[in-house]
Design a binder for this molecule. Sequence first.
Ligand SMILES: *Cc1c(COP(=O)(O)O)cnc(C)c1O
Length: 365
Amino acid sequence: MSDHGPRLRAELDCVPASRAGAIHRLAAHRLSHNENPYPPLPGVLEAIYAVRSLNRYPDMACTALMNELAQRLGVPVSHLATGPGSIGVAQSLLQATSGPGDEVICARLSFPAYPVITKIAGAQSVQVPLTVGDVHDLEAMADAVTDRTRLIFICNPNNPTGTVVRRQELERFLDRVPTDVLVVLDEAYQEFVRDTDAPNGLDIYRSRTNVAVLRTFSKAYGLAGLRVGFAVAHEPVAAALRKTALPFGVSQIAQDAAVASLRAERELLERVNSLVRERGRVCKSLAEQGWVLPETQANFLWLRLGGRTIEFAEACEQAGVAVRPFVGEGVRVTIGVAEANDTFLRVADTFSPSLARARRPLTRP
Ligand SMILES: *Cc1c(COP(=O)(O)O)cnc(C)c1O
């Protein structure tokens, strides 16, 4: 009898082996992961060094962090759940809601992790194309709901296009979704939003028991390396999350660093404002080069390049900046420090649509 090794779940055959984007060669500037280019906020390193007892398990209930969040967000502690990054919390949400035979709706293109963690949960991923303006098509997403739907991801602002859904259209959508379907508002980039018509998920969650909000310390707060995120949701969803969470999944270092980051609010705001200003500058330069971009409210932008995507990403890498290609679609470029952005802009200029038009031979009638 031949040895085939242990039987593994067939669902894993549909999961990419290297989670896309995980591998890239060393470029001087990494504009591929939507990371914050700044060092930790004041007080964070001190909080990290103060954790001496690495032989002890962390506080499983994340008490200090939960209390700090509850107070700042104006929500009960019982409506909070933490996890190893908001992607970790999203995975717990799937475990709490979805399994074989169930459907999970998200947009396409949206955060590539959604279909992956859906598959891992054994559920079916239903991907609804964005509108021509690269925004979530909420009408089509509501139309896609069946009696098998258990969860819907709304990524606001959307990764990778940076676009937002507005408050009114989101409310209309939620009115159409059955209240036994969990709607997850993933607000990983909420701090960068300046569009006053964009909703704050916390306002939406307060009046709707089937809405959960995901937030993270990885982006604006600059703690991607420590893995800490959280959800705000009503009971019994929050309670289910605390049951399905990986035990001791958030280290003491991460918990204490997150608390210190929350207390450095003024500096956080300054850094976010400077990235938002830099975003404005980069987008204006791209417009001057002839690019037409979807309006981004996040710390990254989206260039639709179709068949030239890989060529563009390689040109960036040659120039010393790593960007994130979505094969056949486009590239997502994080707003970094000015020097990195300028390098990216120089590459973008050599690919600019107006240049392509100028190069095209004139045809005579
Ligand atoms: C980066 C990102 C996250 C956050 O990931 P963490 O696990 O918290 O680091 C979640 N959702 C989206 C859409 C993201 O882009």
